[in-house]
Design a binder for this molecule. Structure first.
Ligand code: AGP
Length: 649
């Protein structure tokens, strides 16, 4: 997830762009850049100022030799219209320092970008805007171009040369290839050739004063004011200047000048769109209108899972090339040792059940803080998998280093591109959840589950445990998970109503069997870390070995039951606790209506393949935790004593 902003009007654009990017840093903050149209005769005010972590150049008539140098002949006094681009690695303040808060970049029309890396680690050359060499087109992008590699390969054969590792640069070259003076036509042609999600802000150097934008599945809005017109990924970027916005419909192209805004469909026909008044305050706007980042991120799960899964599935097959492991190497994996902390550890617990069923590879799971000190004994062909959202968790990083010291291959499943675990693992499989702000993980957790499913299917195929038909059935179901998560989110009021009844509980227990036990662990952690209510999760078969002595009248026990072969056993465990006074909430798949014979209240999730059930049952458990904590009036996004990334032991 990245942040885009654009402005064309009667004021200097760069300071406005930087203001907007600052409000979008929650969408990504590993690097930033701006591109501002230079009218040409007005000359070029900026002196080339390279900085360790930044670069400044003009993409114009002359060809910049690389993104980071300023070409000769297009500097001060240039008569040709051109585009000045300034980019910097690190937080936005680096870019601010490079441009004197934008004051040193002349021009009244520009675009800007703050990055959350997905393809290519954080660096100046990978930061946006990207542009092609032989035409003057600058692009900023939010989303994922799934077929960027084939586009890149084809354009390379046609003589285009690439500077960055990003998917976005492919779009810049495509636009360049198809631009012959008509921007709308060029953009439309590109739309027919790229797959994936995109919100694009585009400048054409020979059309100073004009911004073009287009979106598919990534958010983009247009704002209008008497100072000029804007594009932005989200409302916060422009709220300071206007509340009069239009949420661009999918697959529409927009042309902005200082005075006009025009919308076009993909067939290049002009269409009319309506504007609406935004009445959010700035803080609410940063959360997209949600009360908390946690709720916003719960609602981002369908997109996060889709972004993580669909680029790795083509024609029903899982593509694990990014692991850098051949099919033979995957087939040789004799055991998997998974290591993580907190919620990521619960992903590993789920993986144990799912991977062993799908690939028949034994999976051991360890807390990173234990693994790092237990001098583990592992088979030669063990693959160590470290799961971490932040990629900076001290215990997980130490466990990775311990495994590598012992000579084992390490795969990192990580959300933050270029993080320590990502860099030090032998292979990395990125989840594309985007930045996760709330301390309690939700969307990152869901994308980690999705990553594990893909790994299991790829392993199962490499080992010949599952055939092509099974693979296609599983990948098809994986691609349906986002819409099933959306259906659960439609039920949030029911969950909120139930949660309010238990906001003042003292103890809440979660029970499950098989991978439902792993989901119970996650439900319990979500609840306790943001509501401060004591909670424990138990393998339901364990109750009779002690815990059941804690069950008293009115204590809430949440039973998770999606595994057919274990359903009846879980039901009897729920009867056991209910007969001792517990109030029982059942979480199960539609169709298991016998749950209502024992549960006081039941929440259903859509049916799915049992091995994917954790991706669905976790959603009501997240919402339960959220609404219980909300009912207690707690700071849901920043719970006491906790940090988003535990970078100390
Ligand atoms: C989850 O809600 C918690 N915030 C915490 O358990 C977290 O999962 C754990 O600290 C691991 O973090 P990581 O995924 O960044 O390594």
């Amino acid at each position: 997830m990245c942040g885009i902003v654009g402005f064309t009007g009667r004021q200097q654009a760069a300071p406005i762009l930087l203001d907007g990017l600052e409000k979008l840093e929650y969408r990504g903050y590993d690097s930033a850049g701006i591109a501002v149209a230079q009218e040409g005769a007005a000359g070029y005010g900026g002196a080339a100022r390279g900085a360790q972590s930044g670069s400044r150049q003009t993409a114009g008539a002359a060809r910049p030799e690389a993104q980071g140098e300023r070409p000769e002949g297009s500097g001060a006094g240039s008569t040709e219209p051109s585009i000045e681009i300034v980019k910097a690695k690190g937080r936005l303040k680096v870019l601010r320092e490079m441009t004197d808060d934008g004051r040193s970049v002349p021009g009244t029309c520009g675009i800007g970008h703050t990055r959350w890396a997905t393809h290519g680690e954080p660096s100046v050359v990978n930061s946006h805007p990207h542009y092609a060499k032989n035409k003057r087109v600058a692009v900023v992008h939010n989303g994922i171009i799934e077929n960027y590699q084939e586009i890149r390969d084809r354009l390379t054969k046609e003589g285009f040369s690439f500077l960055s590792e990003t998917d976005t640069e492919s779009v810049a070259h495509l636009l360049d290839k198809y631009y012959a003076g008509n921007p709308i036509e060029a953009i439309s042609k590109v739309m027919f050739r790229v797959r994936g999600s995109y919100a694009l802000g585009i400048l054409f150097a020979d059309r100073p004063g004009e911004i073009y934008a287009v979106r598919k599945d990534s958010p983009l809005i247009v704002g209008r004011s008497d100072q000029g017109n804007f594009i932005a990924s989200d409302v916060p970027a422009i709220l300071k200047y206007t509340r009069d916005v239009c949420f661009i419909p999918n697959l529409e192209i927009v042309k902005l000048t200082a005075a006009e805004i025009h919308f076009y469909n993909v067939d290049q026909e002009e269409v009319e769109e309506t504007f609406s008044a935004i009445n959010w305050d700035t803080e609410a706007a940063e959360k997209g209108g949600f009360a908390h980042f946690m709720l916003k991120e719960i609602y981002e799960q369908p997109k996060a899972v889709r972004d993580t899964v669909s680029p790795r599935i083509s024609e029903g097959h899982v593509n694990l090339e990014e692991l850098g492991m051949s099919r033979e190497e995957l087939a040789k994996v004799s055991r998997i040792q998974m290591v993580a902390c907190g919620s990521a550890y619960h992903v590993c617990m789920t993986a144990k059940y799912m991977v062993e069923q799908t690939a028949r590879v034994p999976v051991d799971v360890d807390l990173a803080s234990e693994f790092r000190y237990r001098n583990p004994v592992m088979e030669k062909d063990t693959l160590v998998v470290v799961v971490s959202q932040s990629g900076e968790t001290a215990d997980s990083l130490a466990a990775l280093r311990e495994a590598k010291k012992l000579g084992y291959r390490v795969l990192g499943i990580v959300n933050v591109v270029g993080s320590s675990i990502a860099r030090e693992a032998d292979s990395v499989f990125y989840t594309w959840a985007g930045p996760e702000i709330s301390v309690a993980t939700t969307k990152a957790y869901s994308t980690q589950l999705a990553a594990v499913y893909l790994l299991a299917i790829g392993l199962g195929r490499a080992k010949g445990v599952i055939g092509e038909a099974a693979e296609k059935e599983m990948t098809a179901e994986l691609l349906r998970l986002p819409e099933k998560i959306e259906r659960i989110l439609e039920e949030k009021e029911r969950i909120q109503w139930f949660a309010n009844k238990f906001s003042h509980s003292k103890d809440i227990f979660f029970i499950g069997r098989g991978l439902d036990y792993a989901s119970s662990l996650e439900g319990s952690l979500k609840l306790k870390e943001i509501s401060y209510i004591h909670s424990e999760a138990y393998a339901a078969g364990e109750l009779k070995h002690g815990t059941i002595s804690l069950i008293e009248d009115g204590i809430l026990v949440v039973g998770v039951a999606t595994q057919k072969s274990l359903f009846e056993k879980l039901i009897s465990n729920m009867v056991e606790v209910k007969s001792r006074g517990a109030y029982v909430l059942g979480v199960t798949s539609y169709g298991n209506y016998s749950m209502e014979d024992v549960a006081n209240y039941t929440i259903y999730v859509p049916k799915t393949m049992e091995c994917f059930a954790a991706s669905l049952t976790v959603v009501p458990l997240q919402l339960l935790a959220y609404y219980v904590a909300l009912g207690k009036g707690l700071d849901v996004d920043k719970p006491r004593n906790l940090a988003k990334s535990v970078t100390v032991e």
